[in-house]
Every structure is written in structure tokens, then in C-alpha cells.
Design a protein around this ligand. Structure first.
Ligand code: SF4
Ligand SMILES: [Zn+2]
Length: 110
């Protein structure tokens, strides 16, 4: 697998974990699935990542100044990241640290 593709796959995995944490806590969904709204958000996030202009060295979407999301879904993903970001450190520490480092690098802040 190309290095760039690997970075974007990790990014997608991070977003998926964050949405899963959020959905399990906020929407009381079963551990093995997402509610329809969160599934739609994940699908949309994957599509945005496929078209991201900063790939593969992108900032966390919640900190992106360009932000390519539709307003409503932008609000949803920001809420998910605010909630799940700190919780990721316990559940998926390596991905969480990687996500934070990308934020500090400040890419995408125009
Ligand atoms: S919000 Fe910014 S970083 Fe996230 S996919 Fe869109 S352009 Fe890329
Ligand atoms: Zn949900």
C-alpha cells in the first residue's frame, strides 16, 4: 500500500473510532453498530477524506479553516470530535496521539 494511502486510511479509522465512541455513549447503540445518523455521518466523512485537498498531511477536520463539510454535518463532526477526542486517548492511544500531532502542525489553517 502506498504511504499516502496508509495515512488516509488511518485518518478514516480515527474518524470511525470517534463516531463509534460518540454513538455508543450518546445514542445508546449496540456495541457492534452505529445508529443511522452516525452511519450517514461516517459515510460522508469518508467521502470528504477521499477528496481532501490537504491529503495526506491534513489537520484534524475539526480544526480545518477551509472545512469542506456541509454546515449541518460540520456541526455534527465537530461535536463528535470534541466529545470523543479526549476519550480516544484511553481507547486508542496511538491514533489519538497521531491526531493531536497533526493538529499541532497546523496544516490547513488559512
Ligand atoms: S475538513 Fe479540511 S481537512 Fe477535513 S476533509 Fe475537508 S478539507 Fe480536508
Ligand atoms: Zn449515533
Amino acid at each position: 500500500m502506498a504511504k499516502d494511502q496508509g495515512a488516509m486510511d488511518k485518518e478514516k479509522q480515527t474518524v470511525r473510532f470517534m463516531i463509534e465512541i460518540y454513538c455508543a455513549d450518546k445514542h445508546a447503540t449496540a456495541a457492534d453498530g452505529l445508529c443511522p445518523d452516525c452511519r450517514e455521518l461516517l459515510h460522508y466523512a469518508d467521502q470528504r477524506l477521499d477528496k481532501c485537498q490537504f491529503a495526506p498531511d491534513k489537520p484534524p477536520c475539526a480544526q480545518c479553516k477551509v472545512h469542506c463539510y456541509k454546515p449541518e454535518l460540520r456541526k455534527q463532526i465537530q461535536e463528535v470530535m470534541r466529545y470523543s477526542g479526549p476519550r480516544m486517548i484511553k481507547k486508542h492511544p496511538l491514533l489519538a496521539v497521531r491526531h493531536l500531532v497533526r493538529g499541532w502542525k497546523g496544516k490547513g489553517k488559512k
